[in-house]
Design a protein around this ligand. Structure first.
Ligand SMILES: [Mg+2]
Length: 386
C-alpha cells in the first residue's frame, strides 16, 4: 500500500503557568506531528521529540525518498532514511525526524491491517503498565510549597505508584525539596529524581549520598550525557539506581551507555531515538546487558501511545511469577497540546494502563485543534523545549 503524502505540522501554545527546571524556563509547548497518508485514504500519525521546526525540516528532507513506497515495508523505509542522513546526523534532529515518520508508518500499518501496533510488534507480553507521574516542576509562585504538596496529594489519589521530580537547583535546595516531597508522597508512592545532567560526578555523588536513605527509585541524568565515566563511577558508588538515555540516539548511542555500565534503567525516547523500529532494536540490545527499559516521553498521546505499545511488547528480563508491571513516563505538567490534540487517548485507571486494542496506536487527531494551533515559523524563532 503506497504512501501518497507526508504532512508535517508544527503546533505551539503558550502556557498559563510557566515553570522551570535545572536548565531553563518553559513558557510554551511546541511539537511536531506528522500525518502519513496512504493511497486508499488510510492515515497514521507520528510525532518527533525535540525542536519542532527543525524536525519538520527533517521530515521534509526525507519525504521525497519515501513517497510512493509501500508502508508495509517500513523497516526498509527506515533504512532509506537512515542511510540518507547518516553522514550528516548520526544523532539528533535527523533521528527525531526518522522517528516521527516511523511512528506514523506503524500507526498507518496498524490501521491498514486492522491490528494494534502492540500485536504488529510481536504481541502483548505485558498487559498492564504502570505509568509514573512526571511533575513537581518549579515555579515562581509564592505558594510553591503548598502547590507541590497539592500535586503530591493528587498523584496519591490518582493511584500513581511512582512520581518523578526535578533536581539540579543546587545541592541544598535539592535535599530540601526531595525530603519535602518524599514526605508528602508517603510510603506508597516511590519518588524518582532527575537532574537533567545538571551536575558533575562529585556533585552527583554528594547528592546521592545525602538522599540514599530515602529509598529513591532512581537518579536520572545525574551528569553530562557525554560523561560516561562519571555515570559509571556514580553507579558504582551509590545504592540509588541510575537512569539515563533521553539524549541518546539509535542503538549505537545505547551501546555506549551499556558498554560503559552507565545505567540500571535505559530511557530511550521513541519519538527521538529512531522510532518504534529502532526502539525494538534497543530493547534487544538492552536485554543482552540485562538492563531495564522505561521510555522517556514528553509529548502528546501519540508519543505516549507509542511508548505504551512498545512497553507492552518488552521481554520480561529476568522473568518471574511475581513482579511489578513495567513503567512508562506520563508527563503531568501543563500541556494543552497533549490534552487537546487527540480526540481520544489511552485511559489511566487506578494508576494502571491497559494496552489499547484499537487498530494502530489507538489515538486520532482533532483536525480542528490541529489547524487552530498549527504554525508556520522560521526555525530561528524556536522557543524553549525539552
Ligand atoms: Mg529526564
Amino acid at each position: 500500500m503506497k504512501i501518497i503524502d507526508i504532512q508535517p505540522y508544527v503546533l505551539s501554545q503558550e502556557l498559563e503557568n510557566p515553570f522551570y527546571f535545572s536548565q531553563w524556563h518553559y513558557a510554551s509547548r511546541k511539537i511536531c506531528l506528522v500525518k502519513i497518508i496512504l493511497e486508499d485514504g488510510t492515515y497514521g500519525w507520528g510525532e518527533g521529540y525535540g525542536p519542532a521546526d527543525m524536525i519538520k525540516t527533517g521530515i521534509e528532507f526525507f519525504k521525497p525518498f519515501i513517497l510512493g513506497e509501500n508502508v508495509l515495508e517500513n523497516e526498509k523505509l527506515w533504512q532509506i532514511m537512515y542511510l540518507r542522513s547518516l553522514d550528516f546526523g548520526r544523532s539528533g534532529i535527523f533521528n527525531a525526524a526518522i522517528s516521527a515518520i516511523d511512528v506514523g508508518m506503524w500507526d498507518a500499518k496498524g490501521k491498514l491491517l486492522n491490528q494494534p501496533v502492540s500485536v504488529l510488534l510481536g504481541g502483548v507480553k505485558n498487559p498492564v503498565i504502570h505509568p509514573y507521574a512526571t511533575g513537581f516542576y518549579f515555579t515562581d509562585s509564592p505558594t510553591l510549597e503548598e502547590d507541590l504538596a497539592k500535586e503530591a496529594k493528587l498523584y496519591r489519589e490518582l493511584g500513581f505508584k511512582a512520581a518523578k521530580m526535578k533536581v539540579g537547583l543546587g545541592l541544598e535546595k535539592d535535599v530540601y525539596y526531595v525530603n519535602l516531597l518524599n514526605q508528602h508522597l508517603g510510603d506508597d508512592v516511590k519518588l524518582m529524581i532527575d537532574s537533567n545532567h545538571a551536575y558533575n560526578y562529585r556533585e552527583a555523588l554528594e547528592l546521592s549520598k545525602r538522599l540514599e536513605h530515602l529509598n529513591i527509585g532512581w537518579f536520572e541524568e545525574p551528569v553530562h550525557p557525554e560523561d560516561y565515566q562519571g555515570y559509571k563511577k556514580l553507579r558504582e558508588n551509590t545504592t540509588i539506581p541510575i537512569a539515563g538515555g533521553e539524549c541518546e540516539y539509535l542503538r549505537h548511542g545505547f551501546k555506549r551507555l551499556f558498554e560503559n555500565e552507565c545505567v540500571d534503567i535505559a530511557q530511550p525516547d521513541i519519538c527521538a531515538t529512531g522510532g518504534l523500529t529502532e526502539a525494538k532494536r534497543i530493547a534487544t540490545l538492552a536485554s543482552t546487558y540485562h538492563k531495564d527499559i522505561v521510555p522517556h516521553s514528553w509529548g502528546t498521546w501519540i508519543a505516549i501511545s507509542a511508548a505504551v505499545h512498545f512497553v507492552s511488547n518488552l521481554d520480561q528480563n529476568p522473568g518471574r511469577m511475581f513482579r511489578d508491571a513495567p513503567m512508562i513516563e506520563l508527563d503531568r505538567t501543563e500541556n494543552p497540546l497533549r490534552d487537546d490534540v487527540t480526540t481520544h487517548h489511552i485511559k489511566v485507571e487506578n494508576g494502571e494502563i491497559r494496552i489499547p486494542t484499537q487498530p494502530g496506536l489507538g489515538v486520532d487527531v482533532n483536525q480542528e485543534f490541529l489547524e487552530k494551533y498549527s504554525i508556520e515559523k522560521d526555525a530561528s524563532t524556536e522557543p524553549l523545549w525539552s
